[in-house]
Design a protein around this ligand. Sequence first.
Ligand SMILES: Cc1cc2nc3c(=O)[nH]c(=O)nc-3n(C[C@H](O)[C@H](O)[C@H](O)COP(=O)(O)OP(=O)(O)OC[C@H]3O[C@@H](n4cnc5c(N)ncnc54)[C@H](O)[C@@H]3O)c2cc1C
Length: 399
Amino acid sequence: MVTRPSGSAPGRPAPKGVRSARVVVVGAGAIGLAVALQLRRAGMDGVIVVDRNASPGMGSTSRANGGVRVQFTTSVNIAFSQFTIENLRRLHETASAQVGFRAVGYLFLTGTDAGEIALRRSWELQRSLGVDVRWLSPGEVIEIAPFVKVDGLSAATFCGADGIIDPHGVASALWTACRSLETTFLLDTEVLGVAAGPPALVRTSSGDIETEFVVNAAGPFARQLAATAGIDLPVISRRRNLACTESVAGIPAVIPMCVDNDTGVLIRREGAGVLIGFSDPADPPSVDTAFDPSFLDAVAARIGNRFPFLEDVPISPRKCWAGLYPETPDHHAIIDATPGAPWLVQCAGFGGHGIMHSFAAGQAVTELITDGRCSTFDLHPLRLSRFAEPGAVVETAVL
Ligand SMILES: Cc1cc2nc3c(=O)[nH]c(=O)nc-3n(C[C@H](O)[C@H](O)[C@H](O)COP(=O)(O)OP(=O)(O)OC[C@H]3O[C@@H](n4cnc5c(N)ncnc54)[C@H](O)[C@@H]3O)c2cc1C
């Protein structure tokens, strides 16, 4: 069911009224949609998803690169990817291929001793968790990706089950699945604040909602939402850019997502061109989603390290865009019933991996709400209190 606030045209106040729900999910990105879907699949009634945009998936979700991979460096992130990729595959099959899943693989490359040690450590962890990741020689890299410059290459890993999806297709398929289970959507509706109860109160631009639980799935704006309840959520958003080249001949039509670990540059096929990503760790916090032209200079300085065939290929100005990564200090998400305010379940801080962790996040939140604890995943590494404790475990495969 989709509800838009009647009479909410500019300049006219929306009619007020108090609704009632069991769970209000704030945010209809990939995370909020997957949370709502898993809640409904578990039989939870009274789920309302609220988003200020006119359609689901118009925030970071619509701006994603579309990669899905199990090649992470911590157990929890690997488990989240395994669970989600399997569910995305299933959704792809049941949603007429709308998810656009293609197992093109992810190839990680390094030419430094430190990079080799780090890659070997994560490869061993991934293998121990049952992931089919291969350790490649330079010759094997050329077989998979003949355009890669292998001079000085010291290590590479490849997982053929990793791949790419269509972010818009994922959002559409999740939305359709939610609606088929009679989830209520309040679109064009801003959440102005949340407050403790019982019942907890969600103040929106189209009236108040009384509820048992609120799920903070507000993506890059999760910190602002939490702040309305007096909670400090350490999620900071940073602008991330992507740029696509004009048509590139002379390389295969299908290539893996190729990641140069030493520069941070990654590439994949996008139509006849090549899509280039690079997340500059020095970028300041921002909520600006305009494409940053200086991104092209940063890429030009790095692309020749492993992908020199792209050095002289023109970028298509129409195919450059940017979006926001909501990041935490250790590059792990926060999934937790807020200590002292368990009615507010945090599900935020997914950085550049929220689509590939969406179903797992939805499952984790569902178990927290329905059982009071999560048995499918060990959520200890994702607890909110960790930021006040020593010994941070940092995810380093941040792309
Ligand atoms: C350039 C780029 C590349 C990326 N590449 C990948 C990738 O390859 N693979 C991958 O898995 N992920 C990738 N990501 C990350 C991915 O897009 C997100 O993590 C994922 O889509 C989950 O987003 P989300 O649901 O948390 O946030 P969003 O999609 O931003 O959804 C949050 C929603 O909350 C709503 N909202 C916020 N505050 C309020 C409020 N107060 N009231 C009402 N509504 C509110 C917003 O309107 C928005 O729709 C990338 C992101 C970017 C920017």
